[in-house]
Design a protein around this ligand. Sequence first.
Ligand code: ASP
Length: 324
Amino acid sequence: MLKNILRTSIAAALCIAGSAFAQSYPTRPVVMIVPFAAGGPTDTLGRTLAAAMAKQFKQSVLVENVGGAGGNIGVMRAVKAPADGYTLLLHHIGMATSPALYRKMDYNPLTDLEYIGLVADVPMTLIAKPDFPANNLKEFIAYVKSNKAKLNLANAGLGAASHLCGLMLMSTLEADVQTIPYTGTGPAMTALLGGQVDFMCDQTTNTTGQIQSKKVKVYGVTTRTRVASLPDIPTLDEQGMKGFEVAVWHALYAPKNTPKAVLDTDVKAMQEGLKDADLKAQLAKLGTEPVAANRQTPEALRTYLKSEIDKWGPVIKKAGQYAD
Ligand code: ASP
């Protein structure tokens, strides 16, 4: 009896403490880990979302870039962070592809994190260095096929979106070129602009400005429909690469066991942040928009992540791509 009373009052006390914590949370700046280098697409999306969530929290949200291993080093930082609400993680499709790509994984995406919700699906573009000798997709295909031995393709590491898109491209063209991994496509873009690498697939959040100012060559967008901010760039699909489709989904996470009341505050801040007019305008300029409201939830993210892991596992295994 005494035990029961004690148990009930401890539970009640924890509940009250939890809700008092949530009412005051956050009382100091929140860190959002972006598992890629600064100046790249996930960084841009992260900083835009961080600014919108900061308005909701009435606290700063500071982006911390932790690049490397296709995002896995940053994920581990979030997995190991205190579950107190002061660490968030923005990651992309790599969360679903890493379990198949890496022989040794230090975390399990299905059990080691809390889910906040899906954020945005970002189209990609196929681009090349300014003096790449091909001026359209047809010339690009012919050039790559006949010069594959001397060409290289930049990406943001195994499991990055640029890696997956590059894999699909090489398998479509039946050409294998050397890949050069960076900690993010921010630095990869610098290398491309400087002519140190030949071509890459990268997200519109990183390429729109360079395409519009004609600093890179562009051969197509990877979604089935054209991207509103780049209306003159045809899709790869419409130019004959039938069925070629990659959009890079991004989602927000927190460390495992973050208190429920805190997670509820995060979910609300993310959902309200995704309605923010500045965020929407900024993303629209970069060829993307928030996902539909019914996908901006922990449940939708959990279900989607599981389905993406199931989808990519066999594809990657078949392609025989692994890292230790
Ligand atoms: N998300 C990576 C970055 O921000 C790029 C990629 O996944 O390809 O650099």
